[in-house]
Design a protein. Structure first.
Lengths: 234, 270, 237
């Protein structure tokens, strides 16, 4: 119990004094995860829209696979990416192992199925609502997808935030591909693992509280941004 | 919306690109990292050589593998046989001894197996095995783990035959100490990790001093003939620094709570 | 100036799972006035409209326009029985079809405001379309279809779910559109509405045209028994 209180106190102190290491680590956590989120959305959202509107034979199979991939253990993803990016691996020449880029790659792979599945659900529902109208208006495939993506943007935001939550708290994959290198690839989650391993529970807890605070803050910020964009009621 | 995207991606690109000094990657063991010596040496290395040494802190087994794959430029480990195999296999160009510290036996304050009065490491282990007192092993193929196994062998015992009192946790020194603290149990640790450990609880240092417990650290650059992308020039400059008088004074002067941890024993470069 | 008419439908049929829904139907349509398609429920009125509009696939036969099918499609509009509202404001719903065609934003907005005024939706321009009443939504759907100045407008039982007042307002807009030269093809099972709006009548039973002709002829001197029964108010199958 003592640890939890001293953890909270330490968290408060670290944040209040803008502890340099904390700022560096937290900043890196945000940079890695937000970058991964942007890339993942660029892949997952159009993919979800395409699968929702295009009629092709393997459609059900693709949807089933996407849903199944949501259950991919992140640490296994990390391991596979590690093997691919290692110098002795096929993509070794890129020299990406143990860099933040590798961490971003791993996180993108982990959250794309999640974002795509959730987004696909909403887009499909909306497509069924708009179907007759859009077909009658003779829209092109591109116009169709853009309309659906825009009109389901609230639901897409939810999908993105789900992806963000998954990524910001991830530790296994990024530990493996990033190496938790001090001043290079150490982020909040890997730092927590490190400090716990050293027996520094109070500090680990403090970092944990900061991580929770950060995640909540980002969620709130994105919701606030979304709302002030338009006066829409939905 | 568009501007935000572009801004974010540029920030990422800039973030990854900003590196003024030369950068090299070195795999080191958790024991070395937990000692805190790295925090002393790295800034000095950066100041003296303008090299940013990025440390991957892993067990000896993984450090060797990283060296073999060419994912790092050099390794600093403490397992002589593994190191010699590394050089023999052509993965490392050579092996340079830098310093040594020692292993100690940690255990519950009450010392149920009575190892404090042992006259040799082998005796201490035999006592633990006979009383079947809880024991935590690294179990992770690290230098510490290999050392522990060799000591059991010397005492004429085979860990494979041990009962539930022997716990192989498959983790680093800190995690192993945590587990030992929680049980409580005996554990073999390097002195530096123990001194730096923050969760001692019911544990105490019970036995030390047997010369067989000395722990030699060696530095091995990864062979550039095998992996031509490794920064061998940086690795060699670092090696030169590590065997210099500068490193000698830093290492010998490094203390925790007034206790010296490492003894510098490198031979100066020819 | 693209001419759609005369349109000729030759032996068109629609089948689903082996069952014949509509056809074979032969039909020629000229470019003037309002054609009302009437008949009992299940006669295939909706399917016929969809076939002519091109949103349902022909199982047999062909449809020839005076221009190409592509061009014809470009100049048509369709109003559904239950209006489909985009999850946007009234203004944005009106702008949407114009933006699809590349009309610049300010021009589109101007046209949208004009049409909103014309159908009496001006005070609701900033309101979210899905929260409008049934009648307001259908007026919006109609304005949205007319804003592109289609040469041909299909309406599938547009007032089926509306009350008397909304129906009257819709019919007024349709009369204006007709006067402006828009060709109307409208299905309904409301005989009163048929009488009010039709210049020509297509009487559909069991997927086939049972009787066709000018409105006054049909309503006052129907030829077939089924037509007479239908006009009397009997159930026709």
């Amino acid at each position: 119990m003592v640890d939890i209180w001293s953890g909270i106190a330490q968290a408060f102190w670290l944040v209040a004094t803008l502890d340099a290491e904390l700022v560096e680590i937290a900043g890196r956590s945000l940079r890695v995860t937000l970058s991964a989120l942007v890339v993942a959305c660029l892949i997952a959202l159009p993919l979800a829209a395409l699968v929702a509107v295009k009629r092709f034979r393997a459609r059900r199979l693709v949807i089933a696979v996407l849903n199944a991939l949501m259950g991919l253990p992140p640490v296994v993803v990390g391991l596979v990416v590690y093997v691919l990016l290692s110098r002795s691996g096929p993509l070794g020449v890129l020299g990406l192992l143990f860099t933040p880029s590798a961490m971003i790659i791993a996180q993108v792979i982990i959250i794309v199925p999640l974002i795509a599945s959730i987004a696909h659900q909403s887009i499909r529902e909306l497509w069924q609502e708009y179907h007759d109208l859009l077909i009658s208006m003779n829209v092109t495939q591109t116009q169709k997808i853009r309309t659906l993506l825009w009109d389901s943007r609230r639901a897409l935001l939810t999908a993105a935030l789900a992806g963000f939550g998954r990524a910001i708290g991830e530790v296994g994959a990024i530990m493996i591909v990033g190496g938790n290198i001090d001043h290079a690839t150490r982020v909040l989650t890997t730092a927590i693992a490190l400090e716990t391993g050293k027996g520094e529970f109070a500090l680990a807890l403090a970092l944990g509280f900061v991580l929770i605070g950060l995640a909540v803050a980002v969620n709130l910020a994105i919701h606030w941004l979304g709302r002030t964009e338009r006066e829409g009621r939905w | 919306m568009k501007h935000w995207f572009i801004g974010a991606i540029s920030a990422l690109a800039l973030g990854s690109a900003a590196q003024a000094a030369d950068v090299m990657k070195m795999a080191v063991t958790t024991s070395f990292n937990n000692s805190g010596l790295a925090d002393v040496l790295l800034p000095e290395i950066a100041a003296d050589l303008d090299i940013d040494v990025q440390l991957l802190v892993v067990g000896t087994g993984q450090a060797i593998k990283l060296g073999e794959a060419g994912d790092v430029d050099a390794i600093l480990v403490h397992s002589r046989s593994a190191e010699e195999a590394f050089v023999e296999g052509g993965f490392g160009s050579h092996r340079t001894e830098i310093m040594y510290n020692d292993f100690v036996f940690i255990g519950p304050k009450e010392d149920p197996a009575g190892i404090a009065t042992s006259d040799a490491a082998a005796g201490a282990l035999t006592a633990i095995a006979e009383t079947e007192a809880n024991f935590v092993s690294r179990g992770d193929d690290s230098g510490t783990h290999k050392k522990e196994l060799s000591l059991w062998t010397e005492a004429g015992l085979d860990p494979a035959t041990f009962g539930d009192w022997y716990n192989a946790v498959g983790a680093g020194m800190g995690a192993a100490l945590n587990t030992a603290s929680g049980m409580p149990a005996y554990v073999m640790s390097d002195r530096a990790s123990w001194l730096n450990f923050g969760n001692k609880g019911e544990l105490a240092l019970l036995y030390a001093g047997d010369p067989v417990l000395f722990n030699q650290y060696a530095y091995l650059p990864v062979n550039p003939k095998l992996h031509d992308h490794v920064k061998n020039d940086l690795a060699l400059r670092l090696e030169e620094w590590l065997v210099s008088d500068r490193a000698k004074s830093l290492i010998n002067d490094y203390k925790i709570n007034g206790e010296t941890l490492f003894v510098f024993n490198a031979k100066p470069a020819e | 100036m693209t001419q759609l008419f005369p349109m000729q439908a030759i032996a068109i049929e629609s089948r689903r799972r082996g069952q014949r829904l509509v056809g074979p139907i032969d039909l020629t349509l000229g470019g003037q006035g309002a054609t009302v398609v009437i008949g009992p429920n299940g006669a295939g009125k909706t399917t016929l409209l969809q076939l002519l509009h091109g949103t349902a696939r022909l199982s047999a036969g062909q449809i020839n326009w005076a221009c190409t099918t592509e061009e014809a499609r470009h100049h048509q509009g369709f109003v559904f029985q239950r209006p489909v509202m985009l999850r946007r404001t009234v203004l944005e719903n009106l702008i949407y079809p114009l933006r699809l065609r590349g009309v610049p934003k300010d021009k589109a907005r101007k046209a949208a405001r004009e049409w909103a005024a014309r159908v009496g939706l001006e005070p609701l321009l900033g309101r979210a379309a899905p929260v409008l009443s049934g009648g307001e939504q259908q007026k919006l759907a109609l304005a949205r279809a007319l804003i592109c100045k289609p040469k041909l407008l299909f309406l599938d039982e547009p007032c089926a779910a509306l009350d008397g007042r909304a129906t009257r307002e819709i019919e007024m807009i349709l009369q204006t559109a007709k006067a402006d030269g828009t060709r109307l093809i409208l299905s309904t099972h409301d005989l009163g509405q048929a009488r009010r709006l039709a210049d020509d009548v297509l009487f559909l039973v069991g997927g086939r045209i049972h009787e066709a002709g000018r409105a006054d002829t049909f309503f006052n001197q129907p030829e077939t028994e089924e037509a007479q029964a239908f006009l009397r108010g009997d159930i026709v199958e």
